[in-house]
Write a new protein. Sequence first.
Length: 578
Amino acid sequence: MLLQINNLTIQFQTEGETSRAVNGISFSIDKGEVVAVVGESGSGKSITSLSVLRLLPAPPAQYPNGEILLTKKDGSTINLLAASEKQMQQIRGNEIAMIFQEPMSSLNPVFKCGEQVMEAIQLHQKVSKTEAKQRTIALFEKVKLPNPAAIINRYPHELSGGQKQRVMIAMAMSCNPSLLIADEPTTALDVTVQKTILQLMKELQQETGMGILFITHDLGVVEELADKIAVLYKGNIAEQGTVKEIFSHAQHPYTKALLACRPSLYIKEMRLPVVSDFLESEEIRNKEQEPKITAGSPKPIVVSNAILNDNDKLLSIQNLSVWFPAQKKLFGKTTQFIKAVNDVSFDIYKGETLGLVGESGCGKTTLGRTILRLIKPTSGKIILNEQNILDTPLSHFKQHRKELQIVFQDPYSSLNPRISIGSAIAEPMLVHNVAANKKQAKEKVIELLEKVNLKADRYNRYPHEFSGGQRQRLVIARALALNPSFIVWDESVSALDVSVQAQVLNLLNNLKKEFNFTSLFISHDLAVVQYISDRIIVMNKGQIEEMGTVHDIYHHPQKKYTQELLAAIPGRKYQLTR
């Protein structure tokens, strides 16, 4: 036994009140075993993993019950909750290492990547700087970073997301830990980078025999990587077992809900089941009333003749290019460009949802923002309702801004923390004279809040008082405030738990029927794009690699790049044979 958690209870004492986050959970990890802890945000996953390394500030964190037993490399056993801080310093990095969700905030931006890994090696292994550097280069080679000798001298901001995550893995592996804790390490990565990171972790685990505690809400990743699963729900373990047992014969309604609400199991416009469907008290008491979710065989998505009619084109992108200067001469002349979007052309039809997929850096977000004129294009045309909107000066672009809206990936940074959500949603109505006065704007805001399934009494609350899923609903309500004809969804559900994601996708389908808007849906999650889209564009290195209906792209891809993207989807084998 490598790690044994027995009856662990975690609570927080704040302002005289005690809130319990984890309630008497128990599970174990053996050497060479991967145990996945899954559940929604707020279920207690990350708090449990941070407690193993005693990284929660205490106070306010308290441990009234339980123990966390670690079998060290020398064979001795220690209760981590009773260990001194000096003992924990020896354990962190040496016995137990951790990879956090966001590598950019985990790496120090003012130190080079190599220096940060070398520091961990020198701290625990007492070697010279020269030897630490050699070991760092060897580690960078092991995690398959390109040109390791150069990357040790680069700062975190000079690396891609996948490369930064590899640096974090190299740092975690630098002292050959017995246990690796990975807290959502692939959530923000596209499918191909995610696949390589998961393969790397599996290879390192098999090579060193370490155990892995893998925290995630992505059940596709769990299928690929884990040996056992523990499902956390409101601080309690709903159930645990092997991957095969949980995926084939889930017992708890909450686990059934998590498995059932994956978009990959459903065809377009089918309502996705949500957790509340499974957790209603009457349904729990009576198994016959549990939702009977059947995915059936994959069915082709047929784009209607109305969508394909040239007379119904809403937007036409013609030879659009966006180049950024990469290198300049002494006096400012650009000699080299980064071609983020390079001679791209396509049409979007009224009422259509056009999916846009590709790896990070392929130009998806740049293209979406350029269409809304948030980025200046180098060349090309953007035809909206037979008018080239690039001919309109930005100072007079207000008339088009009303028609074109965007929902960004991070809803928290999209909302002003100092402005109440009622005022934030009302603001564009008043700017564009959609509402005659503040009273009329408030009435419209309350109506929109109700349409996105939020109560009217939330009007005067601030963004920090809402959960991630609720904030995304607020941003959607703000985008709909002007009743736009076209909305860009930029990775708008990629950071959400699978259950919250299902709620938001159901909401989008309902709102689309009511408001009849046209969408460009940008995402690296191909299962979501498959579910929500009519047609799909695959982008690669700033250009369109392939374009077609959902069925054609998913089941008859023509280009090798598209085939590789599809092959990288976690759990793909389960999706194609459902």
